[in-house]
Design a protein. Sequence first.
Length: 94
Amino acid sequence: MFHGVEIVAQQRLVVYELLAHHPDATFFVRYVGESNESLRVSTHDILVVDRSLTPQANNIIVVQSDEGFLLTRYKDVCSGVLWGVVRYIIHDVS
């Protein structure tokens, strides 16, 4: 263990099993919009989206609208059709 990180080399981690709480409703989506600091998402990040969840206040959600798919924060009312709730954002740290 170094600096609070434990390296586990004995077993292979399957990322999908760690991130997909509802496998039949979970999708990995690449974000291609402009970086958005308020949503903490950058171009080419991978969003782990769960379509089975009911959004809670302030969740990041994917909405389908006439313009295509949009990423936004959930409020009580949103314009467009809810496509899914973002559970994780995976991004390159380099």
